[in-house]
Design a binder for this molecule. Structure first.
Ligand SMILES: [Ca+2]
Ligand SMILES: [Ca+2]
Length: 202
């Protein structure tokens, strides 16, 4: 009996010892939980910051692309409309020969790339986009990568979008502006014989 009493006393001591540690264990779990929560919060905060940074960078890229797009359009308009005006304000036919063939007359296209001798609208039809970007007098235009091409064709009186293989009183002039070979914009007008251009589409 004394042996059993001794065993019970020993078990009781062990239980009291475990019970005495329980608050400490509970506190430890609480601290671990607190530390875990802090880590989760930190991770979430980091994730949110990363997302915000990503969103900010994306927005920045969009603004940059828009700015570049606007700049490209502005340059294209300046280059395209400038050349379109240069072409459209020339005589409808060559002042010397009066010829009706599309293209420059003899001696006007020497050397290739120099348009200083162009004196009527359709002389520019040889301007295919491979020429150096410059003013008509040869002054360089410092916009690396940009080129311009011109296409000229007779169009019908009733429909300016309909090309005529025979001479008419209407020549459609289209200037295309390229950047590094990619088309940026086209500008079109129709020049009337004896009159001003009557239609514009840029
Ligand atoms: Ca000419
Ligand atoms: Ca000509």
């Amino acid at each position: 009996m004394a042996r059993w009493n001794s065993k019970l006393a020993s078990a009781g001591q062990r239980l009291r010892a475990v019970a005495a540690h329980l608050p400490a264990l509970a506190t430890m779990h609480g601290e671990q939980a607190k530390r875990g929560l802090t880590l989760v919060e930190t991770l979430i905060a980091t994730l949110i910051m990363a997302l915000l940074a990503s969103a900010t960078m994306s927005a920045g890229r969009v603004v940059l692309v828009m700015e570049r797009g606007a700049e490209d359009s502005w340059r294209a308009a300046e280059l395209g409309l400038g050349l379109l005006e240069e072409v459209a304000t020339l005589p409808f036919n060559d002042p010397q020969s009066g010829g009706t063939s599309i293209g420059p007359e003899l001696g006007e296209w020497v050397p290739p790339g120099n348009r200083a001798l162009f004196d009527d609208v359709d002389d520019y039809s040889v301007w295919n986009g491979s020429q150096t970007l410059q003013q008509k007098d040869g002054t360089a235009i410092n916009l690396p990568g940009y080129t311009r091409a011109v296409s000229i064709s007779y169009v019908t009186a009733g429909d300016f979008s309909a090309v005529s293989l025979l001479p008419t009183d209407y020549k459609s002039i289209t200037v295309s502006v390229f950047e590094k070979g990619d088309l940026v914009e086209t500008f079109t007008t129709v020049r009337v014989e004896g009159g001003r251009d009557v239609d514009f589409d840029g």
